[in-house]
Design a protein around this ligand. Structure first.
Ligand code: ATP
Ligand code: MG
Length: 365
């Protein structure tokens, strides 16, 4: 008999890998139950040669786990996903999944089908029994208008969904355009998924960064190794791949992200013509940004410097934690020439953002 998730969690707590948390523990029986049912069904499917007898797929009720930032929702979902013995499973960032869906819909429409959602849903359901979504949120009207029918078809075909979110289903797509057309999706989620709040008091992400060094200099192999270790600690090492954001019809890409943490070099972030709207979108999409290799700035690379100022302002406003490596101290990054005066505020913010309680202090304002 395989270890239950509760047992694995307890073992990790004993080993010091996790701080025992009663609120997290309270979610585990539900996940264990889903795991057991999925594995039972998997066993039956195999013994029936993959359902050759044409029976309708049995439905296994999923979970919608919501709550505040850093409470451990993604960590619990990842634990579940890693352990569940189901072959046709996938863990994906919700936003990335919807982008794939939109691309598939686009391709299906080109073939002239009447209802593009159907073949796309059928294709997904043919490949997957379990979909684990990290960070379900809907901000895009194009997504809002299709999720109802898409997910109805997935559920009808026996796909189980486990998802994390910062909002209760009732608050999804809040104040969105044509929200009344979106309401059936909320009803669907509530009927197909058990809705649970992760009521933990602790923001473990903040906890993990508390007292940790977050500004590394000079950049180089030692700084890179330290940053790699932090990335590993916050994300478990693996990445979800690039995070693609659409801003005013353009695409802005962060090369690597997972569990609210994104990572990019200074040149990726500031070496291309991005503006305030792009940096705001980035800041609003993540909780921690790792920026590597900030160079000396001057009139020579004025555009990059200006973008860096805009980036830091956006991160500051959105209270995103910043972890970075730089060639020198904040005050020495931009010492002379046009723009150096404006940079003083940025240097000061870089200092302030290093404080252990910075994000929290700002949140309380
Ligand atoms: N009980 C715990 N003990 C120690 N570390 C934990 C615990 N729970 C979570 N963590 C760590 O805290 C960090 C934040 O957790 P996680 O990403 O799962 O939060 P979340 O609820 O998904 O947050 P968000 O809403 O921002 O996505 C991760 O690095 C995770 O491994
Ligand atoms: Mg998360």
């Amino acid at each position: 008999m395989a270890e239950t998730l509760s047992e694995i969690y307890d073992r990790m707590a004993r080993d010091g890998a996790l701080t025992p948390d009663a609120a997290q523990h309270a979610v585990l029986p539900e996940l264990d139950c889903i795991r057991t049912e999925l594995e039972l069904r998997e066993g039956r499917r195999r013994s029936l040669l993959g359902g050759l007898f044409g029976k309708a797929p049995e439905q296994v009720r999923g979970l919608y786990l919501w709550g505040g930032v850093g409470r451990g929702k993604s960590m619990l979902m990842d634990l579940f996903h890693a352990q569940v013995a189901v072959q046709a499973k996938r863990r994906v960032h919700f936003h990335g999944f919807m982008q794939e869906v939109q691309a598939a819909l686009h391709a299906a429409r080109k073939t002239g089908v009447d209802d593009a959602i159907r073949p796309v849903a059928e294709d997904i359901a043919a490949q997957l029994r379990l979909l684990c979504f990290d960070e379900m949120q809907i901000t895009d009207i194009a997504d809002a208008m299709i999720v109802g029918r898409l997910f109805q078809m997935l559920f009808d075909r026996g796909v189980t969904v486990v998802t994390t979110s910062n909002r209760h289903p009732d608050a999804l797509y809040k104040d969105g355009l044509n929200r009344q057309l979106f309401l059936p999706f909320i009803q669907l989620l509530k009927s197909q998924l058990t809705v649970m709040e992760l009521e933990s008091e602790t923001d473990y992400r903040r906890h993990r960064l508390q007292g940790a060094q977050v500004y590394f200099m000079p950049s180089g192999s030692a700084a890179a190794a330290a940053i790699e270790a932090i990335w590993h600690d916050l994300t478990g090492g693996g990445g979800d791949g690039p995070l693609r954001l659409s801003v005013k019809g353009r695409e802005v890409t962060l090369p690597e992200h997972r569990s609210g943490v994104a990572r990019a070099s200074f040149w990726t972030l500031c070496g291309q013509p991005l503006g305030p709207a792009d940096y705001l979108a980035i800041a609003n999409a993540i909780r921690v940004l790792i920026v590597e290799d900030i160079p000396y700035l001057s009139a020579e690379n004025y555009n990059e410097a200006k973008r860096f100022v805009t980036l830091i302002d956006a991160l500051y406003e959105a209270r995103v934690r910043l972890i970075c490596s730089a060639v020198d101290l904040p005050e020495r990054l931009y010492v002379e020439g046009a723009g150096s005066f404006e940079f003083e505020r940025t240097a000061s913010r870089l200092r302030e953002m290093q404080a252990a309680d910075w994000a929290q202090a700002r949140a309380a304002e």
